[in-house]
Design a protein around this ligand. Structure first.
Ligand code: NAD
Length: 490
């Protein structure tokens, strides 16, 4: 049966539908980047809140600045902006319909409809999931890049911006002129210190065309940081077929794991929904949660992904069924990462690590090793290199993490250990394969990539260990080297 408002009460049994009157919702949030993750995460929390009869003036208006977002808008329009979200555990599947988004702003190259929507007094939060690459960060400096061509174009045309940040600035300017309080800007992307990064992008771009406006934004607009977590795979034929099997016709279904977490810095001068009533943590310690997640979850993904990629393993849960890879992940986490993760309020780090192992083993989510191996050149410097640095600074033994760096280097050579070709899987793939080929004879060139390793390539002990481990991986294969790591003879 087609998903839409009229059919809500006639959907197949077992599919939960909103118990509130969607027509009575009014938007308080514009969300830019209405991809799968937003619909599996923020929209679900708000749906829970509306289901409690609370805060119906905080509904979400979907939005976006790319052609793909217009495609999504058209798909959702055919079903009254309803989305199905299916939680998949190995032994159970549950589907619910999310009604928290009553509308979607038309996507236009000038972004005029988006700017108008954000200029409306009723909108008090603008939230974002525009991917890690959407923040115009210069990989060499790790900070906002004013030289990026899209940023330069927006600086020259502030009234018809093409970027998210240009549109936000134009709307803030319009609100200021109308005497309206600014909205709060909340990033929900997987970017360390996402509030600061967003603030730097908005103010950095504003400065290029209107220094005075930039100054006002700096003193008047809040950019709370948040930590978000829920594994949400892309929707492919597998997912569409699974939903069709339930008797539901959804043009853009979302599937995800049962687990979800959202930790937010409580800095919302224009007000916010009472998300603490539906399990969201508001805290001053977002950074601590974020470090925990980035080091243990995202770092853990890398630790299992590269050995699995070298063995041609397709799914994440299949990697977890490999006793050696599972033991490798567990040992590196337990002995190298956990000791350097600062304490997190009300959280037992060992239990958190155990939960990560269970989440990775969830066969129903069907997350892929290739997705986890993607974009190592951006991910290693955030998820692995800082842990090596911290272990070394504390005088600890970072053998497992350095071995993982060697396995990533071996992966970037471009073939698995069976000789199968690895298709390009990084924006810098071409350069990485060249350096990985040279590193086979001279491992030090890998750590000399300053944009990834910073000054770690100047640490003689780390360089010597990496040299030994990469040569061993090439000579004996990853399985033999990981076995020696596990029995303590490496
Ligand atoms: P998706 O591909 O379904 O959606 C991506 C969205 O970002 C789209 O709306 C797209 O138009 C927009 N976008 C991409 N690049 C952009 C740019 N340069 N400027 C403006 N908009 C841009 O992906 P998703 O699964 O929804 O994930 C989006 C982000 O959510 C991730 O990059 C990550 O930061 C965060 N996240 C995802 C997961 C997950 O498991 N999928 C988990 C935690 C956090």
């Amino acid at each position: 049966m087609k998903l839409n408002e009229a059919n809500l009460n006639a959907l197949p049994a077992g599919i939960n539908v909103p118990n509130y009157d969607r027509k009575a919702l009014t938007p308080g949030i514009v969300h830019i980047g209405t991809g799968n993750f937003h619909r599996a995460h923020m929209a679900v929390y708000l749906d829970d809140l509306f289901g409690m009869g609370l805060d119906h003036d905080w509904a979400i208006l979907g939005a976006g600045v790319r052609e793909g977002d217009e495609k999504m808008r058209r798909l959702l329009e055919t079903q009254d902006y309803l989305s199905s979200v299916t939680e998949r555990a190995p032994d159970s599947t549950s589907t619910r319909i999310i009604g928290a988004m009553p509308g979607f702003v038309p996507v236009d190259p000038t972004n005029a409809p988006l700017i108008a929507a954000m200029s409306d007094a009723a909108i008090r939060i603008v939230s974002l999931t525009v991917t890690e690459g959407g923040y115009f960060i210069d990989p060499k400096t790790g900070t906002f890049s004013p030289e990026h061509p899209a940023i330069q174009r927006d600086a020259a045309n502030p009234d018809a911006p093409e970027t998210v940040f240009g549109a936000i600035i134009a709307a803030l300017k319009a609100r200021r002129a109308a005497g309206l309080q600014p909205f709060t800007v909340m990033s929900c992307d997987n970017v360390p210190h996402n509030g600061h990064v967003t603030r730097d992008a908005v103010i950095g771009l504003a400065r290029l065309s209107d220094a005075e406006l930039a100054e006002w934004i700096g003193t008047s607009v809040a950019f709370p940081s948040s930590m978000v977590d829920r594994i949400t795979p892309a929707t492919g034929p597998h997912e569409i077929q699974m939903i069709a099997g339930l008797g539901l016709e959804d043009a853009a279904p979302v599937t995800c794991e049962p687990f979800r977490q959202w930790v937010i810095e409580d800095n919302f001068p224009a007000g916010r929904p009472q998300l603490e009533k539906v399990g969201v943590t508001f805290t001053e310690a977002v950074d601590a949660y974020e470090t925990m997640k980035i080091r243990i979850l995202n770092g853990g993904h890398a630790i299992l992904a590269y050995p699995a990629g070298l063995r041609d393993i397709h799914f994440v849960h299949e990697a977890m069924q490999d006793d050696q890879i599972r033991a490798f992940l567990d040992k590196v986490e337990q002995t190298e990462i956990l000791p350097i993760v600062p304490p997190v309020p009300d959280t037992d780090l060992s239990a958190y690590k155990q939960l990560i192992l269970e989440r990775c083993a969830n066969s129903a989510v069907a997350d892929t090793i290739r997705r986890l191996c993607l974009d190592g050149s951006n991910r290693q410097p955030k998820f692995i290199v800082p842990s090596i640095r911290d272990v070394v600074a504390k005088g600890g033994d970072a053998t497992g993490l350095i071995l993982l760096s060697a396995l990533w280097c071996r992966y970037c050579f471009g073939t698995s250990e069976t000789g199968a070709e690895i298709a390009p899987n990084d924006p810098s793939w071409e350069q990485l394969t060249l350096v990985a080929a040279r590193a086979k004879d001279d491992p030090s060139v890998w750590l000399a990539m300053r944009e990834v390793y910073g000054d770690l390539g100047e640490n003689a002990a780390v360089v010597a260990r990496f040299d030994q481990l990469l040569r061993a991986v090439w000579a004996d294969g990853s399985q033999a080297v990981i076995a020696r790591y596990l029995d303590g003879t490496l």
